[in-house]
Design a protein around this ligand. Structure first.
Ligand SMILES: [Zn+2]
Length: 107
């Protein structure tokens, strides 16, 4: 299991609340089998999809084999066509803080 965050941002002009083409694209994605599309690109599971509507930002958390598969998923679904994206490896609080403190400081 490898966790990644897909951090996205779009302009107000590209926002699905303001742009009918973006709205149609995302509605189609939501109504399709996004899990199957994700699996086809090496994403084992979409763990969360969080959005900040008025900041026009989002964070999706996925378990994936390879970040290049996530990139291909974002292109294939059109998510990359309306958003700037960052694909960032993530670790849990346990791994990052608790285990990290123990490893670094011996605490
Ligand atoms: Zn928006």
């Amino acid at each position: 299991m490898a966790l990644y965050g897909i951090y996205g941002h779009h302009t107000t002009e590209a926002c699905p609340w303001n742009n009918v083409q973006s709205a149609k694209l995302l509605k189609s994605l939501a109504e399709g089998d996004v899990e199957a599309t994700a699996k086809g690109h090496g994403i084992n599971k979409i763990l969360g999809q969080y959005h900040s509507a008025l900041e026009h930002t989002f964070l999706w958390v996925v378990d994936a084999d390879d970040p290049h598969g996530i990139q291909a998923f974002c292109v294939a679904t059109g998510v990359a066509s309306i958003n700037d994206l960052k694909i960032v490896p993530l670790i849990t609080f346990q791994e990052g803080v608790i285990d990290g403190i123990k490893k670094i400081h011996g605490l």
